[in-house]
Design a binder for this molecule. Sequence first.
Ligand SMILES: O=C(CO)COP(=O)(O)O
Ligand SMILES: O=C[C@H](O)COP(=O)(O)O
Ligand SMILES: [Zn+2]
Ligand SMILES: [Zn+2]
Length: 314
Amino acid sequence: MIVTTAQLFKHAYGKYAVGAYNINNAEQAMGLFKGCIDSKAPFIIQISKGARKYTDKKMLEAIIRAADEIFPEAIFAVHLDHGDEETCYDCINSGFYSSVMIDASHDPFEENVAITKRVVEAAHAKGLSVEAELGMLGGVEEDIVVEEGNACLTDPAEAEEFVKLTGCDSLACAIGTSHGAFKFKGKQSLHFDVLEKIKSRMEGFPLVMHGSSSVPQDEVARINAAGGTIQDSMGVDVNEYLPAAKLGVTKINIDTDGRLVWTRVHREFFKDNSSAFDFRPPGKIFIEEYAKFIASRNELLGSAGQLEDLRASL
Ligand SMILES: O=C(CO)COP(=O)(O)O
Ligand SMILES: O=C[C@H](O)COP(=O)(O)O
Ligand SMILES: [Zn+2]
Ligand SMILES: [Zn+2]
């Protein structure tokens, strides 16, 4: 069942975070739905601009609608990830999306406010919610690369002002994470001090954490043992998901870690079966492994086991 992100956030706020997972194809959809049903968790499907172009946005929509029929117990929202203004309007008018993210965080503050305001107006007129972004994460997102030194944390006073000015429904804050597989050289903690300050100014307002993959070291080691050359790096400490959730982070975005599962499964499969050429055997393994990965993340986010309580509240 497709619901709004607002319904998911209302149930989760201050207690747990809803996992927001990017998908691009049928295998990811099957693994995601299976993992969320196995762990009894609500979830958010994220669709990036790149995912909309990978096969075709209509193909992805059809896959998700089919998954909804195959897994009738599932409760989820469909969200545009890192949208520009034009893509936001396309999604708002599609009748399929629950919410959109307008990411104008790379523009100056005033510009970010103006663009976000326009999207909020269009989205609210059709009953959709809007996630906006303030501050700048490091790493790679779509075609933008932000070097570590240029990333900047969200300013709590600015965040409060931004939300007042734009009327957005949730805010992606930069609290020390970055996109992609190359996050931190050593172990690093989230900036809980910044998060606490943001929360104290905006009690009850849902915050979003991007760049939340953990880049599991054993996963990277297995990929490299099977021929990969993924460089040494650390991700977000998974034990910090729940403390962040208690401070108002209601949506946690995880994409890279799922790609690492895909890479490990396929590298190992073809290393062990060098004459194989049927994509279905590794595809089947991937679906199972991705489902297990998703269930493990939902446990850490605290969303596991929330499905029936959420259903009763709708
Ligand atoms: O923020 C994300 C999608 O918007 C994903 O972050 P990761 O690259 O850490 O998985
Ligand atoms: O933040 C970006 C997401 O991980 C989506 O990545 P993508 O644009 O390669 O689909
Ligand atoms: Zn951004
Ligand atoms: Zn992101």
